[in-house]
Design a protein around this ligand. Structure first.
Ligand SMILES: C[S@@+](CC[C@H](N)C(=O)[O-])C[C@H]1O[C@@H](n2cnc3c(N)ncnc32)[C@H](O)[C@@H]1O
Length: 277
């Protein structure tokens, strides 16, 4: 399998920074617990591959002396570097690098993560590089998320209608995802990290109170939406987003139809596959 190049344009990287939330803190804690089950040494170095604008990287900083976030995209790393000042993390570094090459010493790393990214990599090369840089008992963990869930309070009827909108969005978008995204749609069940104690866990949920503009932004940040616009043209992309917005507004009874009113909940459900060398 070879790696795929996407997410590299500055506008797309900005959509990421603005609309892609961090993964659940509880999941990061669980990954560190998994590492701690068999590794008792100091937590010196973690590496977050395909780090984007640092969504997962910053969450690792409280556990490790140093965290390195790497991404093949210069535009993503530029956004991540800007985030470093906002997050006030002085133990996090970022650099442009393919996931298949990690610029660290042999056996110097305790944890390698990749968040919503592993499906784009040349995994055999990443496993090989992991064996080189991970210390004895070190862990590789690939986390990823399911489709977005939009809700308004516990209004079952309207939540079902939102679900239908999101299912329709995916019916339109899914053909525009590059083939490796199928690994994510199948919750990484086809990814087997060839180390010890292979573990799969599901249903780590995170929800944020948000508004329709941000939900539309999250949909626009899909690589499939970017491809849709390239294939069908920007006008078709705008029309699609307007249709989605109109459908939401019809159901949401947002005050004054204000897409910036924070009355919606955006939920993301994460899963992980992890193993130790
Ligand atoms: C869907 S984004 C995820 C970003 C971030 N980790 C997050 O959780 O939102 C996938 C990221 O993987 C990066 N990527 C894709 N293939 C890569 C590769 N072979 N090596 C390093 N980064 C890669 C992309 O540039 C992009 O930033």
């Amino acid at each position: 399998m070879s790696s795929f190049r996407q997410f590299e344009e500055p506008d797309h990287a900005l959509l990421y920074k603005n609309y892609r939330e961090k993964p659940p803190a509880r999941l990061i804690e669980r990954i560190v617990e998994f590492l701690r089950e068999k590794y008792t040494g100091p937590l010196k170095q973690a590496v977050d591959l395909g780090c984007g604008s640092g969504q997962c990287t910053f969450l690792l900083s409280k556990y490790f002396e140093t965290v390195l976030g790497t991404d093949i995209s210069q535009a993503q790393i530029s956004q991540a570097l800007q985030g470093t000042a906002e997050e006030e993390c002085n133990n996090v570094n970022f650099c442009v690098s393919p996931a298949e090459t990690i610029a660290l010493e042999d056996h110097s790393v305790q944890l390698i993560t990749a968040c919503v990214a592993a499906h784009w990599f040349d995994l055999d090369k990443v496993y090989e590089e992991g064996r080189r840089v991970l210390c004895d008992g070190g862990v590789m963990a690939f986390l990823c998320m399911d489709y977005l869930i939009v809700e308004i309070g516990d209004d079952l009827e309207r939540n079902q209608q939102f679900l239908k909108i999101m299912q329709d969005v995916h019916k339109i978008m899914d053909p525009y995802f590059a083939p490796p995204a199928a690994l994510a749609f199948n919750k990484y069940r086809d990814i087997t990290i060839p180390y010890s104690d292979l573990t799969r866990e599901y249903d780590y949920e995170i929800g944020v109170t948000t508004n329709l503009s941000k939900i539309l932004g999250a949909i626009k940040s899909y690589s499939a939406f970017q491809t849709f616009c390239k294939v069908k043209g920007e006008d078709e992309g705008k029309k699609l987003m307007q249709d989605i917005k109109d459908r939401f507004l019809k159901i949401a009874t947002i005050p004054n139809d204000d897409p910036d009113a924070n009355v919606l909940t955006l939920k993301r459900r994460y899963f992980v596959v992890m193993a130790r060398v």
